[in-house]
Design a protein around this ligand. Structure first.
Ligand code: ASP
Ligand code: MG
Length: 409
């Protein structure tokens, strides 16, 4: 049995006209002889509408009831779409999480899939040619409905593809693939034919929001070939695959940026064991995710520590830091939310040096000051003033020749 998983996002199923486009994509793969699991999101705007309803009813909506509510968006999409398939004479049925079943933990609002009954799904695929599965939802062992977190239908799709050893998981969306950078910022951005899971993780975690990050982690863990493509064109999309030798020839694959950054600097911090733990421990306990961290060399036993957090969490982080400040006499706290992180990503960096120098030079030519730098094997990130974000992305894209075909350089 050749199995393909197709996932369609909210904008692809938003109305009847869009669903008819989805229908064409599904029928085409049926004609090619595939058995299909079609994973659908809620119709565009629906999840937000339901979340707003919950807030209207209660200032602190019960998490389990909230999941029971928001998961209905996907139920509507799958039922409506299955009607279209049946009208075309396709052997199809809709499938909710509890019917699959897709078992998750009990973390309402951000549950993790623990098991999939693949035997049951395979049996159903004997009887049906298309299973239309509700994305985003799961069920606990106690039979309570859960949801997987915003954008979670991508994860549902990749997980079902992994469980059924599907030939491929096609994620249909309103963009036609993964680009070398945000095409809205840089008209030269080029669609990538292929990208490795690790590069995609860096791109996704840094503002190139094409795929939900957990789905990429899942795809990497189970080596699921994933294709990101458009519902509204027939063009091939971008393939996410395991890293291979040819990928190393390309030094830089993409430039990502993230404006959801705020910088906090702690001045005159005593430079002694336990101080960093005394700052980052309470931040983590308060649920604040810290991104970049840098500590200066110390002078006369004092040092400066700078780190970044999500802008949404700046207030919470400052409250935590204020408590620490009261304990550490003389420490000063500065903050700035008008910052942006620009990152250069490429598995080719593993075997090449000089990328950082080239990047810094390109930024320097435009007089863009770098406040913080962090690096990993396949990424260099620079924190800069937010007003230079677009310019920085464009000059880096240009400096690494990303608008040209990757192997022609
Ligand atoms: N409907 C959910 C959301 O809007 C899940 C998804 O679309 O992937 O986040
Ligand atoms: Mg999405």
């Amino acid at each position: 049995m050749r199995i393909l998983v197709q996932k369609f996002g909210g904008t692809s199923v938003k109305d009847l006209a869009c669903m008819r486009e989805v229908l064409k994509k599904v029928l085409r793969e049926c004609e090619r002889g595939y058995k299909l699991v079609v994973v659908l999101s809620a119709r565009a705007g629906e999840t937000n509408r339901l979340l707003a309803l919950a807030q209207e009813w209660s200032a602190t909506p019960d998490p389990a009831e909230c999941d029971s509510l928001v998961s209905t968006g996907e139920q509507v999409s799958t039922a409506l779409f299955t009607m279209l398939l049946k009208d075309c004479g396709v052997r199809a049925r809709s499938l909710l999480a509890f019917q699959a079943p897709i078992i998750t933990d009990e973390v309402y609002g951000k549950a993790r899939i623990s098991t999939f009954d693949q035997k049951r799904l395979l049996d159903m695929l004997q009887e049906y040619d298309v299973l239309v599965m509700a994305g985003f939802q799961g069920i606990t062992r106690d039979e309570r409905i859960t949801t997987l977190g915003r954008g979670g239908s991508d994860t549902s799709a990749v997980a079902v593809a992994a469980a059924l050893s599907a030939e491929r998981c096609d994620i249909y969306t309103d963009v036609d693939g993964v680009y070398t950078t945000d095409p809205n910022l840089c008209s030269d951005a080029r669609k990538l034919e292929r990208i490795s899971y690790d590069e995609m993780l860096e791109m996704a975690s840094m503002g190139a929001k094409v795929l939900e990050i957990r789905s990429v982690e899942f795809a990497k863990k189970y080596s699921v070939p994933v294709q990101v493509r458009s519902t509204f064109t027939d063009a091939a999309g971008t393939m996410l695959t395991k890293e291979d030798k040819t990928m190393e020839h390309v030094l830089v694959s993409g430039i990502a940026y993230d404006k959801d950054q705020a910088r906090i600097t702690l001045r005159s911090v005593p430079d002694k064991p336990g101080v960093a733990a005394g700052i980052f421990g309470p931040l983590s306990a308060a649920g604040v995710t810290v991104d970049m961290i840098i500590q200066n060399s110390s002078q006369e036993g004092l040092t400066d520590i700078t780190f970044t957090v999500s802008r949404k969490e700046l207030g919470k982080a400052l409250a935590v830091v204020e408590k620490v400040r009261l304990e550490l006499h003389g420490m000063e706290v500065l903050h700035d939310a008008a910052v942006c992180k620009v990152s250069i990503i490429g598995v080719g960096m593993r075997n090449h040096s000089g990328v950082a120098a080239q990047a810094f030079e390109a930024l320097c030519k435009e007089n863009i000051n770098i406040m913080l730098i962090s690096t990993s094997e396949i990424k260099i990130s620079c924190l800069i003033e937010e007003k230079y974000a677009e310019l920085a992305v464009r000059v880096l894209h240009e400096a690494f020749g990303l608008s040209k075909s990757p192997l022609s350089a």
